[in-house]
Design a protein around this ligand. Sequence first.
Ligand code: BGC
Length: 343
Amino acid sequence: MKSSLFGVLPDGSTVEEYTLQSGKIACKIITYGGILRSLTVPNECGDPVDVVLGFDSLEDYQKQDKYIGALIGRYANRIGRSEFTLGEQTYSLCSNDGQNHLHGGLCGFDKQVWSVKAAADDMLELTLHSPDGQEGYPGNLQVNVTYRLVDQSLVISYSAVSDRDTLCNLTNHAYFNLSGHDSGIVDDHTINICADYYTPTDKQSIPVGLIQAVDDTPMDMRAPIRIGDNVNSAYEQIHWAGGYDHNWVISGEIGDLRLAAVAHSSDTGITMKTHTTQPSIQFYTGNYLDGCPIGKNGAKYGKRSGFCLETQCYPDAPHHTNFPPAMIKASEVYHHVTVYSFG
Ligand code: BGC
């Protein structure tokens, strides 16, 4: 395992980068935001392709506001009206997305420096202490995230424990482009999502509370679709979001490691399967990417230059009793696993 200094934050704290390798798969992770900065997998000829968007400097990571490659917490995705109630108490969060709360707030886990608990050639275990009240959330939360390369897969395991009842919904916000991070838009990729239902939203991307069948809509991706064929659809949900930016309910049992999505690039022949134990997955087609700042090796990441497959609890779960709960009790261990595998 190699590690090196990646940069120094204005407060003097240092950020390290770790390079992991296992056979023909390799990745780079920085301790700032636990960010997955590169992920290199072989194409159909065996040549390495970096399939995630990223930046060359710590300054660029601080400038960008698209959560590129980062670990997200305490609550991935949105909480409507930036407040929630647990037990008798209502908690206020910051509004960093209109009147709503997105991806853990202004200084979420994506902007904190994680500590390294263990490192080896093919794994990195990161840990973060989030104090009681941080970004408005109750409870001291101790978080562990392990990145591990196994065969042709990146396995991300998340666990957390709090000393008070709290919300917890962690994910990774990698933007994938299986044709290469610098290859432009992802319209030619195909994707399928193993879900009979999704959670429609209002214009602010807040779920309206329905768990709706995908049948006869462009949200039906049980068979592969070409992203470019659907992403400009006039279908209201897609039109409002400027592309796909929705939560699908993964078929099967929550807690079982099951197939959630399969994406493929015919340019490189790379197929990526996403398996997870999580309830659902956000498929987001980089609708708000705007090319700033410039990415790795001068790449320009404009709208739709990457897509995210964020495994998660349902967005805005605290406001919908028909959604699986996204809270953990004091001392209860939160745990889930997501595997991105390449072939
Ligand atoms: C959300 C998008 C949001 C993006 C931020 C995604 O997880 O679903 O709506 O704009 O993160 O980069």
